[in-house]
Write a protein that binds this ligand. Structure first.
Ligand SMILES: [Zn+2]
Length: 155
């Protein structure tokens, strides 16, 4: 067995242990055996270290993956994440809690994500969670960030 193979296997375990301490873990509602770490912009350095150690990153060293600052503003409610088993990037919808494709990984762009909140899948779940529509949801999100900003600035 080449040395690099055992390194990859070892590093997946290290990644999992490292990530569990720092990043929120979510489970794929459609495939319970799959879990994901959510990107946290306050821990960018740790995120890079975590992601660079994953199997997926080592197999795709030249792939450009965007974690924030996507133009369409979809990141307001969709959080980039990586699969804990191999580090492959995905996106998590904080509204319906489904796992979606990552726009810069499959090169699909952000259109699919932008239309996602209008999809039946997302709307049905949002209704269960007591949200009337996406406008209301985004307003809620905005209130939360404003509250956080106020808390930080009054410190
Ligand atoms: Zn959704």
């Amino acid at each position: 067995m080449p040395a690099s193979t055992s390194f990859l296997l070892d590093s997946t375990e290290v990644v999992d242990a490292f990530g569990s301490d720092l990043f929120r873990r979510v489970v794929n509602p459609n495939k319970k055996s799959e879990s994901f770490f959510l990107f946290d912009k306050t821990l960018k350095k740790e995120w890079k270290a975590l992601w660079n150690g994953t199997q997926w990153r080592m197999e795709h060293p030249k792939r450009d993956v965007e974690w924030e600052n996507l133009r369409s503003g979809v990141w307001n409610y969709i959080v980039p994440c990586i699969r804990t088993s191999d580090g492959k990037p995905f996106a998590w919808c904080s509204r319906c809690e489904n796992i979606l494709i990552h726009p810069t990984v499959n090169k699909t762009g952000t259109n699919a994500l932008r239309h996602h909140p209008l999809s039946q899948k997302c709307q049905n779940k949002a209704k269960i969670n007591g949200q009337k529509n996406i406008g209301e949801f985004l307003a809620q999100q905005k209130k939360v960030s404003l509250l956080i900003i106020t808390m930080i600035s009054t410190k």
